[in-house]
Design a protein around this ligand. Structure first.
Ligand SMILES: Cc1ncc(C[n+]2csc(CCOP(=O)(O)OP(=O)(O)O)c2C)c(N)n1
Length: 450
């Protein structure tokens, strides 16, 4: 804070304070009923911006300071400094509750929520459970395949099944998903062949599902890129009068990226029909949430972009579904985007290349294990009489078959020619890429001769 007028010499006073020191400051200041400059008067009494005269700004330290109160009165009203950019947007409406929305507590008890009613039938509830179980089994298989050298690397979604399955289930078929690299469970909810999703981790240059068949964009490795793709897509759909909503997944780490901030701001300004779904799994590789933001929560950031922020228990599949459904309906009705923060936890390391024991404690892991989304849903289904042994056996068998399918597909997948890496990027490859291609070709030939 600058110190008030009288003791500050021009040499101590920042340039900006001089600029606002005289008529300009007085012009932009609210006036009281008497027409007097109320704010300037109060800054004289309390600590506030330094109000220097032009003479003082010019360096004449002998001149007594003239307070802005005595500056010539402009003959027109200045702007109201308290005015909002969008007076029809009430910040209170955008603010999230710090208490996350939860429909299913840790003991599997259901609690109705007035703002987020649950409109699911028994078959839907069972399907949510089924997707989560299959995702967890395939996820484990992917880790095994990486350990066997069949995948180059893998980023597990264990612990995040509820966040992904619940939110993806809230979409209509014609809506689109823009994932990062961790959304195996969302892909399963969309009906994508799990083996196709995993090809990305074989180090091939292509993912292996048709985005247009499943309305599920290809997985994105650069952090935050998909947020821009999703917003652009949503805007395009709106211009086409197509009632598509884009659901965009990203992590807490992605909120520190320029791309994500640009996407959020653009979506807010143009009220794009999209839902930003942040899976706050507490870490960006080894960087904890406290190093990503000084905001009270990630959901609170929505206010700055002019969109509501909402927090939910990310290990509660029903809360994830109900809040996302609400946000999707808002977007479809033309009421603009929402920023959802799902509080969850990444149970495995960041990827199979990471040693999570170096930056987080075993007790933390054990604590979060007590929030397990699958066992919570199992208890709930039992309480609701939606559980029979035959159902449980069927789900377990489907999960086993999926794991076997993935294993077989990945084992049998052809090894692509490494030189394909350079294809399909440019019509005319630039010289540096041509040189790299030649270098790789020579190395491959030399390796074959050995
Ligand atoms: C633009 C960019 N910068 C850095 C990286 C390296 N990187 C890979 S994952 C990751 C952390 C991402 O954390 P978060 O967004 O929280 O997602 P999570 O992995 O936890 O799901 C980083 C920095 C990258 N892939 N892309």
């Amino acid at each position: 804070m600058l110190t008030a007028g009288r003791d500050a010499t021009p040499a101590q006073t920042p340039r900006s304070a001089h600029r606002i020191g005289s008529a300009a400051w007085a012009t932009a200041t609210p006036r009281g009923p008497s027409g007097r400059n109320e704010l300037a008067a109060s800054t004289r009494r309390e600590e506030g911006p330094h109000v220097a005269t032009n003479e003082q700004a010019a360096g004449d330290t002998h001149q007594p300071l003239e307070p802005a109160l005595d500056a010539p009165e402009p003959d027109h009203e200045g702007p109201d400094l308290r005015s909002l950019v969008n007076p029809d947007v009430d910040p209170e409406d955008l603010l999230p509750n710090l208490e996350p929305v939860q429909l299913l507590d840790r003991e599997g008890m259901f609690h109705e929520h007035d703002s987020y009613p649950l409109d699911l039938k028994g078959e839907d509830l069972r399907r949510l459970y089924r997707h989560m179980v299959v995702a967890r089994r395939v996820d484990q298989e992917a880790i095994n395949l990486q350990r066997q050298g069949q995948l180059g690397v893998y980023a597990s979604c264990r612990g995040q099944e509820a966040a992904q399955v619940g939110s993806a289930y809230a979409l209509a078929d014609h809506d689109w998903i823009f994932p990062s690299y961790r959304e195996l469970a969302a892909g399963i909810t969309r009906g994508i062949d799990t083996a196709a999703t995993l090809h990305l981790y074989r180090g091939t240059w292509l993912s292996d599902h048709d985005p247009h068949e499943f309305n599920f964009a290809l997985m994105t490795i650069p952090i935050g890129t998909q947020t821009l793709h999703g917003v652009g897509f949503a805007m395009g759909a709106r211009l086409d009068d197509n009632p598509i909503v884009a659901l965009i997944y990203f992590g807490d780490g992605a909120t520190s990226e320029g791309d994500t901030n640009e996407a959020l701001n653009f979506a807010g300004v143009f009220q794009a029909p999209c839902v930003f779904y942040c899976q706050n799994n507490q870490y960006a590789i080894s960087v904890p949430l406290s190093k990503q933001t000084h905001a009270p929560s990630i959901a609170h950031k929505g206010v700055g972009y002019g969109m509501p922020g909402r927090r939910l228990d990310g290990n509660d599949v029903l809360a994830s579904y109900a809040v996302t459904k609400w946000a999707v309906e808002r977007a479809r009705a033309g009421d603009g985007p929402t920023l959802i923060e799902a509080l969850t936890y990444r149970m495995e390391a960041h990827t199979t290349s990471d040693d999570a024991t170096r930056y987080r404690a075993q007790e933390e892991l054990e604590y979060w294990a007590t929030f397990d989304p699958i066992s919570r849903m199992e208890t709930f289904l039992k309480r609701r009489d939606l559980w029979e042994d035959a159902f449980a056996d069927d789900v377990a068998e489907q999960a086993r078959q999926q794991a076997e399918h993935v294993r077989k597909q990945i084992y049998d997948a052809p090894h692509p020619d490494p030189l394909e890496l350079f294809e399909h990027v440019y019509v005319e490859p630039p010289p540096h890429l041509q040189r790299q291609r030649e270098q790789l070709r020579a190395e491959l030939e030399a390796a074959e001769e050995r």
